[in-house]
Design a protein around this ligand. Structure first.
Ligand code: 7PJ
Length: 277
C-alpha cells in the first residue's frame, strides 16, 4: 500500500469529483437521507452511491459527524457505528476510492482497517493522536482550514488578511503532517470555504485560489450548496445546484484538483465543458 494522493485523481488531468455521502441526521442540505430512524441504512447508501457512480463520481466521501455551522460534537462510538459499516459496504460493492470525513484517531484507525483510501479532516489532524493515526494508516489526507469550531465558527469571524492567514495555517499543518511521517505526496490542502468565514472572506479566498493551487499540493474545494452559494444566487439550499456547479467550474479552471460536491452529474457536466473548450 503505497498510494499517493495523485493515485486517487483521474489520469486525464481533469479534476476529481468527490461525491458527498452524509451519514448524519442533521447536515444542512441532505441530513438524514441515508439513515432510517437515525440508524445507518445500507440500502439507501448503496442506492445513492450507485447513482453517483452512474453520474461519474471519482471518489466517495463518507462522513458521520455534521460540521455545519452550529452543529454539536458526535460521540466517537456513534461516529464509528455510522462510518465503519459504510466504508465496508462501499469497498465491497464499488471500485472507487473511499475518503472518510473525520477528525478522530479511533475512526481513522478503524476505517483504515476497512480499506478506506483517504482521510479528509476539517480540523486538519489537530486532535490529539490524529496525526499519528493518519501516519500509521499510511493514507492520503486532506487538511482543511477552519477558524473556531462548528458550534461558534460563524459568529463574526475576523481576519486581517484572510488569504495570508489561511495559507500560513495550511503551510503549518502540512509541515506538521510531514514531521509526523505523512509523505508530501499524500497531502491535499483545502482553504475551508464557510468554516469561520464571512461571504467577503470566502470570495477573497476564491479570487486568490491561484495562490493555493500554485503550491505543489493538490487543492480540494468544497462549496457545494453552501451559504456562500446561497448568498450569491439568493436561493434556498435545494436550489443551489447551478450556483454550486458554476463555482466548481471556476475552481477547476483555477487549478483545484478535487471538487467535493453533492451534485455529481452537474459537476461532471461543467468539467466536460471545461475540458472541451
Ligand atoms: C468540507 C468538508 C469542505 C473538506 C464539509 C458541507 C460541510 N471537507 N466537509 N472541505 N465541508 N475537505 O459539506 O457543507 O469544504 S461538511
Amino acid at each position: 500500500m503505497t498510494r499517493t494522493i495523485h493515485d486517487l485523481l483521474p489520469a486525464s488531468g481533469r479534476a476529481a469529483v468527490m461525491g458527498i455521502l452524509n451519514l448524519t441526521p442533521d447536515s444542512f442540505s441532505d441530513g438524514g437521507q441515508l439513515l432510517a430512524g437515525g440508524a445507518f441504512a445500507p440500502d439507501r447508501l448503496l442506492a445513492r452511491a450507485r447513482d453517483m457512480l452512474e453520474e461519474g463520481v471519482d471518489i466517495f466521501d463518507v462522513g458521520g459527524e455534521s460540521t455545519r455551522p452550529g452543529a454539536s460534537p458526535v460521540p466517537v462510538e456513534e461516529e464509528l457505528a455510522r462510518v465503519v459499516p459504510a466504508v465496508r459496504l462501499l469497498k465491497r460493492h464499488f471500485d472507487r476510492p473511499v475518503s472518510v470525513d473525520t477528525s478522530e484517531p479511533a475512526v481513522i484507525a478503524a476505517v483504515a482497517a476497512e480499506g478506506a483510501d483517504m482521510i479528509n479532516d476539517v480540523r486538519a489532524l489537530t486532535r490529539p493522536g490524529a496525526l499519528a493515526a493518519a501516519a500509521r494508516a499510511g493514507l492520503p489526507v486532506c487538511v482543511m482550514h477552519m477558524r473556531g469550531t462548528p458550534l461558534t465558527m460563524q459568529d463574526n469571524p475576523r481576519y486581517d488578511n484572510v488569504v495570508r492567514e489561511v495559507a500560513d495555517y495550511l503551510d503549518e499543518r502540512v509541515s506538521a503532517c510531514e514531521a509526523a511521517g505523512i509523505r508530501h505526496d499524500r497531502i491535499a490542502i483545502d482553504p475551508g470555504f464557510g468554516f469561520g468565514k464571512s461571504l467577503a472572506h470566502n470570495l477573497a479566498l476564491f479570487r486568490h485560489l491561484g495562490e493555493f493551487t500554485a503550491r505543489p499540493l493538490p487543492v480540494l474545494i468544497g462549496v457545494s450548496r453552501k451559504g456562500m452559494v446561497g448568498d450569491i444566487v439568493n436561493r434556498p439550499v435545494n436550489e443551489r445546484i447551478v450556483g454550486s456547479a458554476a463555482l466548481a467550474l471556476l475552481a477547476a479552471q483555477r487549478g483545484a484538483r478535487i471538487l467535493r460536491v453533492h451534485d455529481v452529474a452537474a459537476t461532471v457536466d461543467v468539467l466536460n465543458v471545461l475540458e472541451a473548450v
